[in-house]
Design a protein around this ligand. Sequence first.
Ligand code: DOR
Ligand code: ZN
Ligand code: ZN
Length: 424
Amino acid sequence: MMILIKNGRVLDPATKTDKMADVLIDGGKIAKIGDKIKAVADEVIDASGCYVMPGFIDLHVHLRDPGFEYKETVETGSKAAARGGFTTILAMPNTKPVVDNPDVVRYVTNKAQDVGLTNVIQAGAVTKGQRGEELSEIEEMVEAGVLALSEDGKTVMDTGLYREAMMLAIKYDIPIMAHCEDATLVRGGVMNEDDNAKRLGMPGITNAVEDIIIARDLLLAKETGVRLHLCHCSTKDGAAMLKAAKEQGLSVTGEVCPHHFTLTSSDIPGDDSNYKMNPPLRTREDVDALIQALSEGTLDVIATDHAPHSFDEKDVSMRRAPFGIVGLETAAALTMTELVDKGHLTPLQMAEKMSYNPAKILGIDRGSLEPGKIADVVIFDPKEAYQIDAARFSSRSKNTPFHGKKVKGCVKATILEGRVVYER
Ligand code: DOR
Ligand code: ZN
Ligand code: ZN
């Protein structure tokens, strides 16, 4: 199968390429990048006016399968990924059962292979049942294909146990993806603790809830040398601590979610649970610091924290609704609209944060368009303007605060290992 992508703006952070060119794909690999390639291809895609980037890689997705298939399944989540331009996603382990042993790892990855719409990599839980009491079957999960450990949705509050997990992560050369939240400080909070929480009469979550654990985890990373990745960073001081840790030479990275650079707590219109996520939407000061940190390279990755929940679960007060919003099908447009279009990121940086850097963190040979590499490609029209319509999501869940938002930037086609898996 040969695919020729013509007349696109090719963006490849691996080789710092940003030029108009054609891309030829053959046998699942990138065959050639060049001017006016002549080839008898099975399919020719006209990418005029579009970016041609390595397929996006999302380091933070909740597929909900097994156990919560009414929110999402491997199949619906894979469809949402393909529609969002993602060719690899890292699935979080807070399913039912929790992914704490190799059988559940194989269940998810086999199912994902059968679906065949996106490359699903499973993250293993740090502790059995995410109960924070004893370590999960880490070695066996690594043998089954786990490329990262995470207790996402929770923090391992037993610091000694967490340190033990870090030593194993070093042994197997995988990163720890840290959900930083001091469980003892939350106390029923549902949104950022500020004047907006007062305005809405909602219990608040302070920045210290996140920052205390970021500090702890960075100190542990310094002591152990583990590769530590901070999930969904939302605070100014968190970004500053990450910057300081990088300046000391630690192997630490961090991600930001589109909702955290797009919205502030003052955008919460009322008691609307589509604005409830963990960590919460923060203040303008925090958001500006996150954007600055993305722009200067302190924050390496844009990841969605795609967290589907059913209509009924979310159709209640913020006080009672679960945390989380879907993100796979809005991430690229929000990045384009809020960061690239406003001049905070270059198009090449967009590809770096949505593909190249996540690939490096996972240690996978993807995220680049160099000839010979696996042909994971997204064709993205940066100019197309439209209103986000949750009803059109492929995801089984529609919980988003972005329904109706005017954005620019649309995925035209997603190619996985040389096969078109989505075409608008
Ligand atoms: O908002 C969130 N939802 N944050 C998390 O950390 C977990 C996630 C979920 O699993 O729903
Ligand atoms: Zn989390
Ligand atoms: Zn999460």
